[in-house]
Design a protein around this ligand. Sequence first.
Ligand code: SF4
Length: 359
Amino acid sequence: MNFHDSGLIESGLLKKGFHQADSVNDADIIIFNTCSVRDHADHKIVSELGRLKKNHSNKKVVLAGCFAKQIELRNKAGANKTGASLFFDYCLGPDEVLSIPDILKYGNESEKDAYSDDYKDFGLIEEYFYDKKPENGAAAVKITEGCNNFCSYCIVPYVRGEERSIPFEIIYNTIKKQVSKGAEEILLLGQNVNSYLSPEGGKKDFCFLLNALSEIEGIFKIKFLTSHPKDFNDGLIETVCGNGKISKEIHLPVQAGSDRILSAMNRGYTRKDYLRLVEKLRNGHSDISISTDIIVGFPGETEEDFQMTISLMDEVKFDFIFGFKYSPRPFTKAFEIADDVSLEVKKERLERIFQKQKK
Ligand code: SF4
């Protein structure tokens, strides 16, 4: 998502007459489009800003994306003026990144509200995408922004806001343009792509979108990221399994194998639901491959809970896993609970899931 947004910012800046510098030393303006999904990402950006302050204090710095939004929200909540000591000129959350080219060219941050409606209705996505070229025959296009799921560990609904689907026409026109420039593979992006529903009303849902895009001449493969297991319904299974242009590589984050932890995470499905979904997908097509995300060390995760994750891995035999140690994120429900699994245990459990996956 951040690469996608960064691409749009870049495209907008080039359109407004800015030029890309060859190095940080040559740049007048430095833009950080940041992540905030784990505390590790926050620490990295804080030290990067420190380095900039030391070596490039004459440059204009734009802090953009999820960490920028986190700072804005924490300051609003009166939390000890987070970010007061950080080095930046502009602080713009994910819903404001499309305004960066105009703010840098015409205005200042205090005028951003005057622009914000234009940026929030996604109209600029099509415009800024217009000049972009597919990379290696592939184009990544965002179809939803934000999330309404409020998994108890996740900061995304707070920093990216409520879920909004980008209008079907914008996605369709953007992708057609990309295909005319040589894109053969399309990657549809969103926090929860399978809850896509075009905002003009009617039934332009994710299945409709997949089927409509698959009819565009020149497209050979459609991939999508990320799916929420609770929204992967039978209609979508049928569409994915029955349409030859839709990739059979499905990323289906399970996060944990214990129902107790899944419930505490507010994931909206049980272990049994997840296994049933995997079975349906595999019964629907012999080439289905499934990757997943797993969080170890969620508050209260016992060895017994963790064993349930290991046994789920045994049952599913994932094609690939991404594993993460839990880290508390501000504003989330889990932030209020004691982070009671020690770092050593988290590290050890992470290693064990990677070893299990290797086997
Ligand atoms: S579905 Fe859950 S984990 Fe994914 S972005 Fe939304 S709240 Fe975060």
